[in-house]
Write a protein that binds this ligand. Structure first.
Ligand code: GLU
Length: 473
């Protein structure tokens, strides 16, 4: 059996967003699920719009999400000689020909066809045919090179998403595969996009092309060139578009964020992979799955046919489920990084890290939220004046003072702390929320937390006592 080889072929124009990177996820998953090879190819031939920064965001995003290519990145701009070489071979073998039609002639042709209610298409006037006399080559016109598209018959493929697609060859005119040559370009100008893709897919031995359905119109042309070059067309799967929350095509212009921003905002790579996989593929009703499960289950038979709509609230929910399920040890480096971003430096072996992560993770949608909780353990807190006024009232101050005296003598764990709090309540005739809220404001810098005894047990006793004692001043 031939080895599965898939590719992701992004154009580095603008920062890659979640909608684009989904076109990396599926070919990656398919290659991994089938012991195949996943190739990365950067389609950077649009020199004006391509940028190194955009390439960097693609590479960082793929690395973050663990969509690691086995081969590449290949850069199309570095393969220009190869494309020209194939154009030259096609000219030699009669698969392509020079066309000297001028832009003015093309305009005139177009107008004539539109006036006759025909679809505008090149009329093949420079296409060599047996017995046909071609126009005489005009002076001073650099020719384009066109592919001799087959005439008659149809191009058919079984698309893994869209089903059988059949296009009549009469719909396809002779595609320009190289632009007019500039002086010094040896008669062959810059090869065109659709042509480079074909040469690459052949040279890279791609067996499955899984890409956005904005390319579906290119496919019949690409299949014809592939066949002319003696290659067997790959399997195609054209993924439906990803829409944003307003129902428009997801795009940077419509506010889509670069993929790496989700990393910075505290999303887990596995959660984003899970969410994106569900946006266009399904395994029964499973909503939450691990990377391993995805790779066990992934196939091209359950790709969705309709456009997926991005929903940040759902992504947050998926993330919260992954955070809940994650071991504290896995979350630790991510939380430390988020704490550092907030200016709080924490040693990786700080004793409170794991128990604190375990206590708070169930209520957090992102590691940023987790870091917000853990900040109180990492550095001094500054309760707001309002919270102090509302909760640390003269009525509870004596109880706080007494609790601060009692705590150093208890066994420093949840049960010991709970007993000390209960004794203090009894002594001062207070209700739990009165004392507990004041303690929270002073120690944690906020009036609400999980169970106060469990939270205090995360701190060292002397820190709790010092924060309580501050209330007097
Ligand atoms: N470079 C194209 C894009 O970013 C993808 C081409 C392909 O997958 O064939 O839309």
């Amino acid at each position: 059996m031939t080895q599965v080889r898939t590719r992701f072929a992004p154009s580095p124009t603008g920062f890659i967003h979640l909608g684009n990177i989904r076109s990396a996820l599926f070919p990656w998953a398919y290659a991994r699920a089938n012991n195949g090879v996943f190739v990365l190819r950067i389609e950077d031939t649009d020199i004006e719009r391509s940028s190194q920064e955009a390439v960097d965001v693609i590479l960082q995003s793929m690395q973050w999400l663990g969509l690691t290519p086995d081969e590449g990145p290949y850069y199309q701009m570095q393969r220009m000689d190869r494309y020209r070489q194939v154009v030259a071979q096609m000219l030699d073998s009669g698969l392509a020909y020079r066309c000297y039609v001028t832009p003015a002639e093309l305009d005139e042709l177009r107008e004539r066809q539109l006036a006759a209610k025909q679809k505008p298409r090149y009329d093949g006037r420079w296409r060599p045919e047996p017995g046909k006399t071609l126009p005489s080559v005009p002076d001073g016109i650099a020719p384009v090179i066109r592919f001799r598209n087959p005439q008659g018959g149809t191009v058919v493929w079984e698309d893994k998403v869209k089903g059988r697609i059949e296009i009549s060859n009469d719909e396809l005119d002779d595609l320009v595969i190289a632009r007019p040559a500039d002086a010094g370009e040896d008669g062959i100008g810059t090869p065109t996009y659709n042509f480079c893709v074909v040469v690459d897919d052949i040279d890279m031995a791609i067996t499955h092309v899984i890409r956005g359905d904005d390319h579906v119109n290119n496919t019949p042309r690409q299949i014809n060139i592939l066949r002319a070059l003696g290659a067997v067309p790959p399997v195609y799967a054209h993924l439906p578009t990803v829409l944003n929350e307003q129902g428009e095509k997801m795009s940077k212009r419509h506010g889509a964020k670069p993929v790496t921003q989700y990393r910075d905002e505290g999303f887990l790579a596995d959660a984003v992979v899970n969410y994106l996989a569900r946006l266009g593929w399904s395994h029964g009703d499973d909503e939450i799955f691990s990377r391993e499960q995805l790779l066990q289950w992934f196939n091209l038979d359950h790709l969705g046919k309709s456009a997926g709509q991005f929903d940040e609230a759902k992504l947050r929910w998926v993330n919260s489920q992954h955070i809940k399920a994650a071991d504290a040890a896995r979350l630790t480096p991510l939380v430390i990084e988020q704490l550092q971003r907030r200016g709080a430096n924490v040693a990786a072996d700080a004793a409170w890290l794991e128990p604190a992560i375990n206590l708070f993770k169930d209520r957090c949608a992102t590691t940023v939220e987790l870091a917000e909780w853990l900040e109180m353990l990492a550095r001094p807190v500054e309760p707001s004046a309002q919270d102090l006024e509302d909760h640390v009232t003269p009525a509870v101050l004596p109880a706080i003072e007494s609790l601060a005296k009692r705590l150093p003598d208890v066994s420093w764990d949840k049960a010991g702390i709970a007993t000390a709090i209960k004794q203090t309540l009894g002594e001062f005739g207070l209700k739990m929320p009165q004392l507990a809220t004041a303690v929270r404001v002073l120690v944690c810098g906020r009036p609400q937390t999980p169970s106060v005894d469990a939270v205090l047990a995360l701190f060292e006793c002397n820190i709790v006592v010092a924060r309580l004692q501050k209330a007097k001043k």
